[in-house]
Design a protein around this ligand. Structure first.
Ligand SMILES: Nc1ncnc2c1ncn2[C@@H]1O[C@H](COP(=O)(O)OP(=O)(O)OP(=O)(O)O)[C@@H](O)[C@H]1O
Length: 305
């Protein structure tokens, strides 16, 4: 079942077009990522999905409802964590959760949520006294306190330390396992790779690719980069003619061999024949990072004559 459907969305702020012509759909139980450079239109898109902005064109449906028109129907089943959420500085963490829980018919247990987000010790702390990471965790708790069917998480782990980021990933995976559909805006490729079933890469207000992280990475082919330090004399020329090898370059004492899927076995066979060892051998394969950079690389404008 499709839970979120965005069709030909358009939204401008004055004459600045933030979202040009953007479409995607999210299936029930999916973690769907929105990736894209700063200013690509991700936040504007999720704000339209949450009913916080009214689109200029196109259509948005959340569980069949138009968020701009059926605000009440959508907010009852949607949890939103937006970038830089602010609360009244004197409000205590526990009070904020109790308050938000009171807005929903079937809220989660605030104590359990505090525990899951590592905020139990801060239950009595005022919002104004929380660290950036603690505020971030509280905003996630507030997004989940209504036991939503759909959760929108915008830059979920920005500002968290690496351990808290990993804990948050586990929490989000557990939330999804309970059947919640998640729309996740992120700049962290590792986060998208770890959590997302599919991602839409957005650039200049449009979707430039939409697929699973592994399928996006596979589009770059199976080229691999092999780095090593040869234990004895080894010419770049003799490696460059091996089948499957595309290029060989020397960086100080290290050799970098770029080639296809077979290049590593061909190279190791050659090294075995010549009696040279490959020291500090590293193999790098294309990552989601590479795919993202390739998809969002801007063509420079033509040089002026
Ligand atoms: N309230 C606003 N008024 C005017 N322009 C805005 C407003 N909000 C966003 N914009 C502009 O719209 C464009 C898209 O912004 P948006 O915040 O949706 O992008 P984003 O992909 O979420 O960026 P980031 O990764 O930096 O958060 C940008 O050019 C931004 O400057």
């Amino acid at each position: 079942m499709t839970v979120v459907e965005v069709t030909r969305l358009r939204k401008a702020y004055g004459d600045r077009v933030a979202v040009r012509d953007l479409s995607f759909s999210v299936a029930e139980g999916e973690i769907f990522g929105l990736l894209g450079p700063n200013g690509a239109g991700k936040t504007t898109t999720v704000e339209c999905v949450a009913g916080l902005r009214t689109p200029d064109g196109g259509a948005v449906r959340v569980l069949g409802h138009d968020p701009a028109r059926d605000r009440a129907a959508v907010t009852a089943s949607l949890g939103v964590q937006l970038q830089d959420s602010e609360l009244q500085p004197n409000l205590r963490v526990g009070e904020a959760l109790e308050l938000f829980a009171s807005f929903y018919p079937r809220p989660a247990d605030p104590g359990e949520l505090l525990d899951a987000l590592g905020l139990t010790a801060q239950a009595g702390t005022r919002f104004g006294k929380l660290s950036g990471g603690q505020r971030q965790r509280l905003s996630i708790a507030l997004a989940l306190v209504g036991t939503p069917k759909v959760a929108i998480l915008d830059e979920l782990t920005t500002g968290l330390d690496p351990a808290a980021r990993r804990d948050t990933w586990e929490l989000i995976a557990a939330v999804r396992d309970r059947g919640v559909t998640i729309l996740l805006v992120t700049h962290f490729m590792a986060e998208a790779e770890r959590l997302c079933d599919r991602v839409a890469v957005i650039d200049a207000g449009q979707v430039v690719a939409c697929d699973s992280p592994s399928a996006l990475t596979a589009r770059l082919g199976t080229r691999q980069r092999i780095r090593f330090i040869p234990s004895g004399p080894l010419g770049a020329d003799e490696l460059a003619v091996l089948p499957g090898v595309e290029s060989v370059s020397r960086h100080g004492e290290e050799l970098l061999v770029v080639g296809d899927d077979d290049a590593l076995s061909v190279l190791t066979a050659h090294l075995a024949r010549t009696g040279v060892l490959a020291r500090r051998l590293r193999i790098e394969q294309p990552s989601l990072d590479d795919a993202y950079l390739a998809l969002t690389a801007r063509t420079p404008p033509p040089a002026r004559p």
